[in-house]
Write a protein that binds this ligand. Sequence first.
Ligand code: GLU
Length: 909
Amino acid sequence: MGPLRVIFFIVLACWLSRNQGAPMPMKIGAIFHDGDVEHQIVFLHAIDQIKYDSKEPTFEYEPIIKWVSSRTDSFSTERVTREMINEGVVAIFGPTSPHTRGIVSSVAATFDIPHIDFIWIPPEESIYPPTGINVYPNSKDFIQAIADLVKAMKWKRLTAIYETNDALTRIQQVLSLQQPDVMTVNVRELGEPDYRPLLKKVIKSQPYILLSINAENIFTVFSNLKEIRPNLDYLYSIVLDLDMWRLPLHEALKQSRSNITGFEILTENAKDVSESLKFNMQVESALLYDAVFLLNDALTVLNERLQNADKPMVIEPPQLSCNGTGKYSAGPSITNIMREISKEGKLTGYMTFDEEGNREFELPVVEYQAMNFIQTGVWTKDGGLQLTRTESDRKEAIIENIEKKLFRVTTRVGEPYVIAVEEGADRGILIGDKRYEGYCIDLIMEIAKNLKFQYVFELVPDGNYGSLDKKTNEWDGLIKRLLDHAADLAICDLTITYERESVVDFTMPFMHLGISILYSKSDPEEPKLFSFLSPLSRSVWIYMATAYLGVSLMLYIQARISPGEWDNPHPCNPEPEELENNFNLKNSLWLTMGSIMQQGSDILPKAPSIRMVASMWYFFTLIMISSYTANLAAFLTTGKMETQIHSAEDLSKQTKIKYGSVDRGSTKSFFQGSNFSTYQRMWAAMNDARPRVFTSSNDDGVDRVLKSKQKYAFLMESTTILYKIRRNCSLVQIGGTLDTKGYGIAMPRDSPYRTIISGEILRLQENGILTKLQRLWWEEKHGGDTCDGKDTEVDDSSELGLANVGGVFFVLMCGCALSFLVAVLEFLWNVRKVAVQEKITPCEALIAELKFAVNIWAKTKPVKVAKSSSGTSSAAGGLGRAASTARSIVGSFLRLDKLDKFDKDNKTN
Ligand code: GLU
């Protein structure tokens, strides 16, 4: 062994012995830009911590930190990198700018110096040289994880908000992994320092947000959202920033609930380290921290391997000249070991790397709840997204939350759903400064009783149900309140419609109904004196009278023609000199009249032709009188309740009765949007009608029906019709329902409370509470038994009053009066005749005849009038009296003119 060899071994032994005792100095480089102070602090803290943690440290790290002020200054960055390499750094960390990290990476690769990144590098750029590694989660996998999370949310639409071009690219990549046409996406740049106008627009259109903005702005965004809309219950957001945990979101959200989901890479340790450093670490800082430990581990492992090799060696720090072409021989080994190591990072979870230097990771999914983030799942490269929180966990959380929640319930006044209580009464609940009660208030009370939530009612400011103005695309009424998130629930007689369902959510229907027609009953008709004439029209009466005269005349003429009608006046005389005919004009008229009156007559035809005429007339009268009788009964009983319309079809076919509905309600929309021709016709009629036929409320519609005297019908929902007709007997429902639908409780879109409140409605339905409430408000309260829904007029109409049949009495009286007049005339005529025959004055004859007429005991009538004053009588008078007596006895059988002739014959004999 030569002296030189001896010296070499002595030096080596000294060096090795020195290394075994004292840690080997090792320089670690880091390049920072302005603003990276936090990274610098954490970097130094990590080095200190390594020293502190290990009792016999292998290496003593010396941090070499270089600053480049501009984040885009590649020239200076390259210069400081080379300076670092000259100084002999074993590895270089940073910088954090995507514009300058590339130059560092390539310079380091030239000299085989390990280069460690700890920032997001887009997938297309994340190709590292053999000495490069990035501890930031692999961007390609991270994008897949976000895409999986968005997919799992099953959103149909979202607004993505970005701040930087990188974020925009990231969003594009996430969206490109979604199924096409499943989701409508809006992409907006955060832009202006005042984010409120943008956020206002975003949450107005829909509540799903994908936020890819810088961590420091997340807090401001949520504070602004809270300012714009105090209730963030219905806002759903996914935050792509891994820094979210350190933001005091509970301060921004002011303790309210919001649905925020994101990924959390930092472990509990990160919070401890942050606390010891007295600031909340950024995720990059935590990654840098873990990267320093990773390098230390790699150096330690390599060192151990070298020492355990056949020829034990130590890792030497690089001694390179940045102008030379030398390479650091241990560099690739250090990087390889870093890539091979699988270890739990101190602050950022498990660390493994693929062969290209990308970090593989397990990414916990977190949700913001009860002012904190809790883990609800995990994403791994092999297993994809696995959400550990089941639907029932979610439900439980909502139920837990519901008890703490104060529901703002919006409603409108309308009987019997919400009714103002009269002044002074203390029933119902206070809304504003007045008390209200009603079916809907009771229903909310019942639901809240079981779910144990608090509620406060408000009356919708514009008083409308909720309809879409097609021109402005704006909703009004209750629906607007929900869309503005000014209320959590909307309840009244609010119909579930397709249009409304597309912007808000409805519970199960709590009541079923359909559109029907409300109309007023006809006023009781003024009874007509001659109503017995009504069954036949005037022309029929005239035709009947004409037929009566015509047939009587025919009888008279035909009877004269027919030989069969000429009879022997003295049947005992077989050879009469004269024949007589029964059917003179008077008797003909009497026969036809007798049959009309259904009484028959003593004078009956014998000749066949006359019998034929008579039978035809009998047949005619049979039919006419039967028809008259039948019609008369119907007229007298049903005439009063007759209405002209019986269905919507009838309404559509006429123009006399106007009809309308509540303005801006679902009934109006039903006709407006109907494809059925009858309803289209009705819509056109309603729309063109002047004055307008639409009313602002159901009550106004009912008033209009009552005042219009059957000139206006109101298209209204059957439930409310039922309520009204039970309380006002002059109202009536016409026909059945035109459609079937239901009332539901509306709530903002995707409200977490829908299922639970729907379930509660079902429960109330099943245990009969809904029916009980309906009976209470429809049939019992506020005069619900006034009409019992029965038509009282129908009962009355079966009895006929004098007013209905008075005409008949009148005709009877007139007929009697006329007959009396005729009797008087007959009497006077007889008086005249007697005066002439007896040769007395008419006055004497009149007195004599009157005396006789009023003497009701006189059963026979003397032929001659007793001379009241002279008392004279004669032989001729005796004969005449005899004749007159005979006249009075047989007068009913024989004709007077024959007796007169007999008198004359006697005189001449
Ligand atoms: N219930 C209806 C609605 O929700 C209002 C009344 C009607 O249109 O008949 O719009």
